[in-house]
Ligand binder design. Sequence first.
Ligand code: GLA
Length: 756
Amino acid sequence: MKNRLFFCLMALLLSAGMNAEVLRLETPNTQLVLDATEGQELRVLYFGDKSATLADIEAAGETGSAALPVFGDIDMIHLPALQVQHADGDLSLNLRVAKVESLTSNSDSGLTSNICVTLTDKLQPVTVRVFYKACHDVDIIETWTEIEHQEKKPIVLKRFDSGYLHLGEGEQVWLTHLHGDWAAEAVVTNEPLTRGVKIIRNTDGARNAHLDAPEVMLSLDGAPEENSGRVLGAALCWSGNFEIRLNVPNNQGVHLYAGIDPQSSEYVLAPKQVFKTPSLAFTYSTEGMGGVSRAFHRWARTCGMLHNGNAVRDVLLNSWEGIYFDITQQRIIDMMDDIAAFGGELFVMDDGWFGGKYPRNNDSSSLGDWVVDTRKLPGGLKALTEAARERHIRFGIWIEPEAVNTVSELYEQHPDWALQVKGRDLKLGRGGTQLVLDMTNPKVQNFVFNLVDNLLTDYPEIAYIKWDANASIQNYGHLTAQRSNSPKDGLTSNLYIDYHLGLLKTLERIRAKYPNVVIQNCASGGGRANYGLMPYFDEFWVSDNNDALQRVFIQWGTSYFFPSNAMAQHIGGSPYQMTNRVVPIKFRCDVAMSGRLGIELQPKHMTDEERLQCTTALTDYKVLRNIIQLGNLYRLVSPYSSLQATTVAEQQVASLMYVTDDRSEAVLFAYSLSNFMKQAPRRIRLAGLDPNRTYTIEEKNIRVQYNHDKGAWDKGEPCSLHGKQFTGAYLMNVGLLIPLSTEYTQDYPSRIFHLK
Ligand code: GLA
């Protein structure tokens, strides 16, 4: 497979005598065909299914569309993906192919194929390099551009999309995107695209996944299906403001543009400075939305996340919802005892452990003062890392490096380090005092690097960091910014972008020195679940909302683009503090177990039933975790379908499963979301299995039962499917009636099955 990709690209280049005209970039199931004739506009002739041959494409008379519609070249139907204002005020460009390079490398991590097409303008000394990259044997292609010029003065990038794709002439295209809020992330929204321009954007400044997220799917065969139909998926790999535009002109198909949002952000580019756009990662599948998700998950594990994306993650207890800011040494050590007793492997001390002059007792002070509060933790971090070692668990810690409170020693010493507009009142965030540090300032970058470096040097036992970001950029200005990247008048319109470039630069330094520390990407929950930051992180906090029922929906949407080993899912308390919903421990465990499992409550408050169920869950999870965290996801029954139910007679369920690459094993999750008498059970058809193989069903995390003879909680009885054997064909074509009885039992019944 690897060689095929390499040879295909090279063969085309050679047949064209290195004066390439048609280039083809291939992944296992897709291909991108470009016309890169020298002196002409760069065109995409085809992107999609691999079955189309070059002869087919030629016979169909495909002339394709501009790879990068540029203002100055485009007609009235198109929107520009690139527009610059030259030093002399001219707004136009006519970019033509000047050079084609193919860079194929076979590194330790696998094969990467890279095409770079250099475009130049006849009139103005502007160079644009368009890149396409296929990484490993994954059905994802990334595209981005580099823009550079030799004009006498700075030019202004007015529009600088990462990528553009044209699709779906004559087809009924549906858009699927993720929309949400704090504690209600990743709400799935499906809609048919109609004439006009649809814009999906986020202007938070620092995070971009809470409201509208930078990923979309486009279904070409009408309303989206999970496991069938042609679907294109795209993710903008950027953590700042973005804009995805879908232009549907009359009878001209759908035009997708994705890039950094230029509003308040037109980039001032100095001569010889190179501006690199973030990449747009895209794929095409004939296996519905599930096919797109699986491609993204595979790509994330090998290319889109930190290098160890194929590693399984520890089971942990996080202190936040158990004790919030009320940290004491005893409470922390007690919690370590609890997670060790459950069979967990890691304890994470969340917010509240730091502060010198100002103790961090609530969210209104101390961010920036990263010293241990010895009033709460007299033995310091040393006592805690030692306690963890004694209990054979790892230790992790929370930080929020990019933030400062006005009530802090850091702010007293360096008020100019916070983003702010000179002379204007500060807009204050969380706790009424929170500000965002100026990540464009090298001194701030060093401060953030040193915070992590000092922690990990002083306490090499720290195995995990939760990196939080709880504020938007509301003060659009900086006092001591590094100006070298900007023209000398120091225009602030580069701020939104330079903030993220400064953050990425700092993360790069951290990761170069500490590649193996697990770092969680958190931003008031899932505010930074994006592929701009994930290359530096191992996982992300899916949501601050741990209500298991709402989590079924949040995790469902999040899984559209992100793999399960990156999705931190914790068992929360009941009644749950945000929704006040009472949910049995079995359901809470089963929902959290479909991703990277953790616990987030005060174990001291758990009942005996809860403790036993949690221990059972953790024990079974460790057996199943390779399949859950690294398997291929098949979403079977959407929780959203339950919202459309018109009668309580039909049981409302959600179900998903993970299958190993060789299809020899799978884990199936089924959740009942409703509980009414006399509901008809739902038959669930499985997917992704080997039709010819016989699978034995084993129930896992069986609900514990009260044993009246023993006078204590005890292991429960498995359901009637336990031990039964079925062919893959039966399971996929006929399906199972999963016992999710809702009568006389418990609310929210759920089941987990191991198939092998
Ligand atoms: C954010 C995070 C939470 C927790 C708190 C601590 O809200 O999302 O998980 O860490 O901050 O203040």
